[in-house]
Design a protein around this ligand. Structure first.
Ligand SMILES: Cc1ncc(COP(=O)(O)O)c(C=O)c1O
Length: 392
């Protein structure tokens, strides 16, 4: 048998050192600073000759514990935790990129990430372009001499498209590029991009890592030397995760495996139900045989995740009637909660994305994204069914 503990065990047993009170559950270290014994300790600590917490903008015992857990779950060497997923995305980009660089990203990315690519990075003379998520064979032809990294989300938000991580990593290696993956939809329980060659993995911890819709958080993990640069940038700019959020999130990670198993079991049943519903045009879920990248999803994901995309018949009107008749599920823009959430990406999370970009990645007016929760699956199906029957 291997010496390494299983995922669930590491999630529970990776803990900050016990204090003098011998507590069983790790306490909350709500402190902005830490004290030193004398001038020499203070000097040596700031000179990094001594490893210890100095100030919570740099590190904190609760945040360290959260990072250690995510590193073990992802098979990563090191990490840094942020106040939100977008703080993780932005700080990673800001660290890696210089003026004159180019980023090649998959075409279907989270709306705020698209906003960074189109609105903010260009103002620092950083060029961004997209490869079509369904035409990975074009990736190599889009690489430029100044391309720094390939950016991928898989599964994507909100299209639930799947990208072949092994293939992307082989392309990156061949062209000496970094591969940066947003693994938020999969969670480290379902998919480990580093195993397939990714250099950095980003998560919005706000989603399934918290799993209960309470706090915001983000994390980037991966190669030690890259994380060191991200740490140095973040130490100066201050996007750090709060101790309180780290404490909540670290406790949430203890139950990630059991929660995600159940989310996925519910989601697969609901995806199959939707696929056979007369008021539905199409359904996309990674573990449905009809998903265009089913084989890749099966290869790199343990289960299909909790997000389903589908289109209600009847366009905008059909969609509106569907949303207006939902009773149990929540109309919200978050995802990865115990509560099932239905979202209309075209008017919410992706409202600021240009019409042609939305069309290219399948965000139609009738497209719905469901984040399947942990209510009894029969009750979720009952609610979706009655709302769909009001559509069109
Ligand atoms: C794929 C993906 N990446 C990043 C983010 C940003 O995370 P946060 O809302 O924690 O900033 C989200 C949020 O929905 C997301 O879905």
């Amino acid at each position: 048998m291997s010496d390494k503990n299983h995922f669930e065990t590491e999630a529970i047993r990776t803990q900050t050192e016990t204090s003098q009170f011998s507590e069983h559950s790790v306490p909350l270290y709500l402190t902005s600073g830490f004290v030193f014994d004398d001038a020499e300790e203070m000097r040596a600590s700031f000179a990094e000759e001594k490893q210890r917490d100095l100030y919570s903008r740099y590190s904190n015992p609760n945040v360290n514990e959260f990072i250690d857990k995510v590193c073990k779950m992802e098979g990563a060497e090191s990490g840094f935790a942020f106040a939100s997923g977008m703080a993780a995305v932005f700080s990673t980009f800001a660290t890696l990129l210089n003026a004159g660089d180019h980023v090649l990203s998959c075409s279907s990315v989270f709306g705020a990430t698209h906003g960074l690519f189109t609105k903010y990075l260009p103002k620092w003379n950083i060029e961004c372009s997209y490869f079509n998520i369904n035409e990975v064979e074009t990736v190599e032809s889009l690489i430029q001499p100044n391309t720094k990294f390939i950016y991928a989300e898989t599964p994507t938000n909100p299209g639930v498209d799947v990208l072949d991580l092994e293939l992307l990593s082989a392309i990156c290696k061949k062209h000496n590029l970094l591969l940066v993956v947003d693994n938020c939809f999969a969670t480290p329980y379902l998919q480990n991009p580093i195993k397939y060659g990714a250099d950095l993995v980003i998560h919005s911890a706000t989603k399934l890592m918290d799993g209960q819709g309470r706090v915001l958080g983000g994390v980037t993990v991966g190669k030690k030397e890259l994380i060191r640069e991200i740490y140095l940038f973040s130490r100066l700019t201050g996007p750090a995760m709060s101790a309180f959020n780290a404490w909540v999130l670290s406790k949430s990670l203890e139950t990630l495996a059991v929660r995600v198993e159940k989310h996925c079991e519910n989601a697969l049943k609901i995806a199959a139900f939707l696929e056979n519903h007369p008021k539905v045009n199409w359904v996309k879920y990674p573990f449905l045989k009809s998903h265009p990248k089913y084989d890749i999803a099966k290869k790199q994901m343990r289960l299909g995740g909790n997000i389903i995309a589908f289109e209600v018949k009847g366009g905008i009107d059909g969609g509106r009637k569907f949303f207006d008749n939902i009773k149990l599920c929540s109309l919200s823009a978050n995802l990865g909660d115990t509560r099932t959430i239905v979202t209309h990406p075209a008017s919410t999370t992706h409202a600021k994305v240009e019409a042609e970009v939305k069309a290219a990645v399948g965000i139609t007016d009738g497209a719905v994204r469901i984040s399947v929760g942990l209510e009894h699956v029969d009750d979720i199906i009952k609610d979706l069914d009655q709302a769909l029957n009001h559509a069109e």
